[in-house]
Design a protein around this ligand. Structure first.
Ligand code: NAD
Length: 279
């Protein structure tokens, strides 16, 4: 029987645990969220993150700008870096084109980088040192662990090589002693490659791409993709209905990876606060 990896429920459990951890701190953790531009999806993501933070007991402070100069945004980040009361800083992506995203992300104090996108933190993940880990792959790993706690020796295929999902996901699975293959848009014989995988993580942004005949019987399938169909419904990168019976475990879209991404943002913020308040 296939296990439905319900990210909504797991995220609720994570959030309840975080609320308890926050009660033991000398003050509430604080998250600063910066939103620039008028991207409606980004505005919704930021609102959801703020609401989730407030619900567990994190103080969230939003900085919203229709537009901003690079130097002014860098000054704001500098100010937040220096503020001892701020534990986490999140800059909602994508940024408007005229801003230099790399420079902005690198300006964030790595200790407050709750998105885990700072090159220092990505590097630490690679060499196996503790550091904030990107929220989406961190959440995916927790979902995989629901299906199988010990991943040693399994073959994992990660489809997608973005810096925010695919690459850190591959590193996390390596850390779990998986044999990892990273696939991307130029990979040859992708369905055949997938058929050799015990774990498939798909993060490509193309609706219903992975079909049942891409999967080995009993594979664990994590669908990161969020795509809106013409009928307005959301779907993932995996053709869920046709793949379901083939899998040992699979995430739905929605209510799979998405809620876990937010829960891991809260976890990273609490971890940053715990670390600061311990020192
Ligand atoms: P991206 O566009 O940065 O990267 C996509 C990757 O997929 C690239 O590496 C590309 O080579 C690969 N790719 C594209 N088409 C392919 C194909 N046909 N076959 C194999 N590889 C292919 O995207 P991203 O930021 O990594 O996001 C991927 C998807 O995940 C999007 O749908 C995004 O909305 C979603 N996402 C969801 C969450 C969440 O919380 N659920 C978080 C981040 C991203």
């Amino acid at each position: 029987m296939t296990l439905l990896l319900n990210g909504f429920e797991l995220a609720q459990r994570c959030r309840a645990e975080l609320a308890e951890r926050i009660k033991t701190l000398s003050r509430a953790p604080k998250l600063a969220v910066i939103l620039i531009g008028d991207n409606p999806a980004s505005a919704i993501y930021v609102r959801n993150k703020e609401n989730a933070a407030t619900e567990v007991g994190i103080t969230s402070e939003a900085y919203r700008f229709e537009s901003i100069y690079q130097k002014d945004l860098l000054s704001l980040i500098e100010k937040l870096n220096a503020d001892d009361g701020v534990d986490g800083i999140l800059v909602q992506l994508p940024l408007p084109e005229k801003l230099n995203e790399k420079e902005i992300l690198q300006a964030i104090d790595p200790a407050k980088d709750v998105d885990g996108f700072h090159p220092l933190n990505l590097g630490k993940l690679m060499i196996g040192e503790p550091a904030p880990v990107a929220c989406t792959p961190k959440g995916c790993l927790k979902l995989i662990h629901l299906a199988k706690p010990d991943l040693t020796g399994l073959h994992a295929v990660v489809i997608g090589r973005s810096v925010i999902v695919g690459k850190p996901m591959a590193q996390l699975l390596l850390r779990e002693n998986c044999t990892v293959t990273t696939a991307h848009s130029k990979t040859k014989n992708l369905p055949e490659l997938c058929r050799s995988a015990d774990i498939v993580v798909v993060a490509i942004g193309k609706p219903k791409t992975v079909k049942a005949d891409w999967l080995k019987d009993g594979a664990i399938v994590i669908d990161v993709g969020i795509n809106r169909l013409e009928n307005g419904k959301l779907c993932g990168d995996v053709d869920f209905d046709v793949c379901f019976d083939k899998c040992a475990a699979i995430t739905p879209v929605p209510k799979g990876v998405g809620p876990m991404t937010i829960a891991m943002l809260l976890e990273n913020t609490v971890e940053a606060a715990e670390k600061k308040l311990k020192n």
